[in-house]
Design a protein around this ligand. Structure first.
Ligand code: GLA
Length: 390
């Protein structure tokens, strides 16, 4: 049974009637521009065909009851219990429920109606793998509340409210990329977002390549706090660089030449983090023109550089990701390979010639498994539309 029918079926089992609505929201894979969104840089994600589905109906009372199909767990809360992060019976919210509760909180803070609902959700976006499973859950719930509350706002505004939920309710200081991609994805196209102005455009994906996602199957604990630490290092760099460059607001405003001149003033670790960001922003600038010219090889080269930088300067890779990337880069038909998303385990993204994709997947899986003893999941992903009702 496909995911959409499964969520409908589960809803009927749980609540004894058919859901009024079903919505979907995709995960994303980012091709270039990693760890730059919270530094006002440019990112290049696509929304993917891995999604969260939610089946929902208005509740009979003011209590929201959720069933998380992937966890086999229920949670329930009221508007009035949101601030204490507790359930209807005063017990703490389970971790997964922070995302829906956070979205309800953020929408209410912004003045939108969020009627209580009965809902079931399931997802095939792997969790903690760098493919934005959290953003896809957030956007699925945001669409559900927008539907039940009978209001409508632009996808980008919905994304911003979901980001606020994650920043202020869940406590992860993420940028806007994931929620943006889940909200604004376009089929067969890559998005290019300026995270400062929030202007974006989309570019067609070259026809003769495929995007292969390779999951190392490794998940690192303390991922969220390591992420917040990276962001704090970037802010620290801006604070120090401001002494010489008082007008800068973020690392976006620091040119490569200025950075070279002033980098010695930064503590070594902060210097490495900021160098990644400054150089990655230059890469994304060049990447857009390569893509417009159809120069996939040069684009892939930038992806390879990005991985080295995430590994050596930003230090968000891990041995398994490095193996997956090294093997991929040695295989025929692979233009570029790198870790995608926050890092600390999870997936790599690979740009591969369509004709070579099958052989690539097979060899990559076999060699990764023989080097690490771990069984990876490797698949071609296609780009999908952003979140909405189905
Ligand atoms: C996570 C965050 C994003 C972004 C990436 C790294 O996915 O949610 O905002 O910072 O990491 O590029």
């Amino acid at each position: 049974m496909d995911l959409k029918n499964r969520v409908r079926q589960l809803f009927i089992e749980k609540f004894g009637h058919s859901p009024d609505f079903i919505a979907r929201a995709p995960g994303r894979v980012n091709l270039l521009g990693e760890h730059v969104d919270y530094n006002d840089g440019w990112v290049m994600p696509i929304a993917i065909d891995r999604v969260t589905y939610i089946a929902f109906s208005p509740a009979a009372s003011d209590q929201t009851i959720l069933w998380a199909g992937d966890f086999h767990q229920q949670a329930s809360f009221y508007l009035r219990t949101l601030s204490t992060k507790t359930q209807s019976d005063d017990s703490p919210l389970p971790d997964w429920a922070y995302y829906p509760a956070g979205v309800m909180w953020s929408l209410r803070e912004a003045g939108y109606e969020t009627p209580a609902m009965q809902a079931v959700f399931i997802s095939d976006v792997p969790r903690g793998a760098g493919l934005s499973s959290s953003a896809s859950v957030e956007l699925a719930f945001a669409i559900a509340w927008m539907t039940l509350g009978n209001w409508k706002i632009k996808p980008m505004d919905l994304a911003l409210l979901c980001q606020r939920a994650e920043n202020e309710y869940v406590g992860v200081n993420c940028g806007i990329m994931d929620q943006f991609a889940s909200a604004c994805g376009e089929r067969d196209r890559l998005l290019v977002l300026d995270c400062r102005s929030l202007e974006y455009r989309s570019l067609p994906l070259p026809k003769d390549i495929v995007i292969v996602v390779a999951d190392t199957s490794v998940r690192r604990k303390l991922r969220n706090s390591a992420y917040n630490d990276r962001r704090a290092a970037c802010e620290e760099a801006v604070r120090i660089l401001k002494q010489d460059l008082p007008r800068i607001k973020s690392l976006r405003d620091v040119s490569a030449a200025q950075f070279e001149e002033l980098s010695a003033k930064l503590p070594p670790e902060v210097e490495r983090r900021a160098r990644h960001v400054v150089e990655e922003m230059m890469r994304t600038g060049r990447a857009v023109s390569f893509l417009e010219k159809g120069d996939v090889a040069s684009f892939g080269g930038l992806m390879n550089q990005c991985h080295a930088s995430l590994r050596d300067l930003y230090e968000v890779s891990c041995p398994e990701l490095d193996v997956m990337v090294r093997v991929a880069q040695s295989l025929e038909g692979c233009y570029g390979a790198r870790l995608t998303g926050a890092g600390f385990g999870g997936c790599t993204v690979n740009l591969v010639a369509r004709k070579k994709a099958e052989a690539f997947e097979k060899s990559l899986a076999a060699r990764y498994e023989s080097e690490t003893g771990l069984h990876p999941e490797i698949y071609v992903c296609t780009s999908a539309n952003g979140a909405g009702l189905v």
